[in-house]
Ligand binder design. Structure first.
Ligand SMILES: [Zn+2]
Length: 336
């Protein structure tokens, strides 16, 4: 009897929801739609304490925050069943720990842990690149094909949509960079739990360790006299944020506002083991996040220094958040 009552009760709620239909939104519809909700974590790279690249009178950490907030606004205003969570909504470091000598490193790792705690379906780290005068275009940094290989597939799919949408604005399609880690100073970070070689970019590696698919979007070069034309006013940054939103909407096949369409989420074969792996990862956060220095956050201490390095070797400096930059910073960072 209890069971039957429960069934009737549920049917009643469902009926109410159906009757209320599109216009009204009782609490029950919210609860009912949550299982179908896509959760995207947008990560405006860097912060006022751990600054990013600079060029043409602009600062990366300022511009990518605006892009991220515009993207959130566009996604939530224009589409159903999507929730956007920002790792930061102002200039402050989201996970400050001033007593730590490696605050920026820990901050980046914590951004990915935060994404996992939000049950993020995707983590998108927003950046602007830095390079020589001739460097331009949008570039996607994606996870490698090793441990959890579908994250490479998902990153390529999401990345291609970003490149298409940014391309429609006029930014050059700079393609993908997938890079394996090989840090002789921290060999423990070079491999995933299955023995395969880990990802070079710290934020991607840490996102994978936290079972969240992720990409880094280098929208364009802040140092480029041509690319800066896409980022030098709020209206243009809004257009870029809206392009980002369209890419994410296409990836999840989000329905327009009011359609209540169910998004399409790629299956994640690792989700059943997430809890145990997460706790394991928490244990070696400090180890795992060292090479967060290979990722975006590092620009922190090394920005001014590596800026020069980039200018003198533009080819090697194709990606501000990796390569040359990283080597320079790591040398300085671990000198003592
Ligand atoms: Zn950056």
């Amino acid at each position: 009897m209890r069971r039957k009552f429960g069934t009737l009760f549920l049917a009643g709620i469902l009926g109410t929801v159906l009757v209320l239909g599109n216009g009204m939104k009782p609490v029950t519809t919210e609860a009912a739609s949550n299982s179908n909700q896509v959760i995207v974590v947008l990560d405006p790279g860097h912060d006022s304490k751990h600054v990013g690249a600079a060029g043409n009178g602009f600062h990366e950490e300022v511009l990518v925050l605006k892009i991220g907030l515009y993207a959130k606004e566009a996604l939530e205003n224009n589409y159903d069943n999507v929730k956007v969570v920002m790792t930061r909504e102002d200039g402050n470091c989201p996970f400050p720990n001033p007593s730590s000598s490696r605050e920026s490193v820990e901050d980046n790792a914590k951004r990915t842990q935060f994404a996992a705690s939000q049950n993020a379906d995707f983590f998108v780290s927003l950046h602007l690149n830095s390079g020589g005068a001739s460097n331009n275009g949008a570039i996607i940094l994606a996870m490698n094909e090793n441990w959890i290989p579908e994250y490479n597939t998902y990153g390529k799919k999401m990345g291609n949509l970003f490149l298409k949408e940014l391309g429609n604005l006029g930014l050059r399609n700079g393609g993908f960079i997938v890079r394996d880690h090989n840090d002789p100073d921290h060999p423990d970070e070079n491999y995933y739990e299955d023995g395969s070689v880990s990802d070079y970019y710290g934020i991607l590696r840490n996102a994978k360790l936290n079972h969240v698919p992720a990409i880094i979007v280098e929208h364009g070069f802040i140092t480029s006299t041509t690319d800066i034309e896409f980022f030098n006013t709020d209206a243009k940054l809004k257009a870029v944020g809206e392009a980002d939103a369209r890419a994410i909407a296409q990836y999840f096949e989000l329905g327009a506002k009011g359609s209540n369409k169910t998004p399409v989420k790629p299956t994640d074969s690792t989700k059943t083991t997430q809890a145990s792996s997460n706790s394991g990862n928490d244990g070696n956060t400090s180890g795992g996040s060292d090479s967060e220095n290979a990722g975006p956050a590092v620009s922190i201490t090394g920005n001014a220094m590596s800026e020069d390095a980039r200018k003198s070797a533009p080819d090697a400096a194709m990606v501000d958040d990796g390569f040359l930059h990283w080597q320079q910073v790591m040398k300085e960072f671990f000198k003592s």
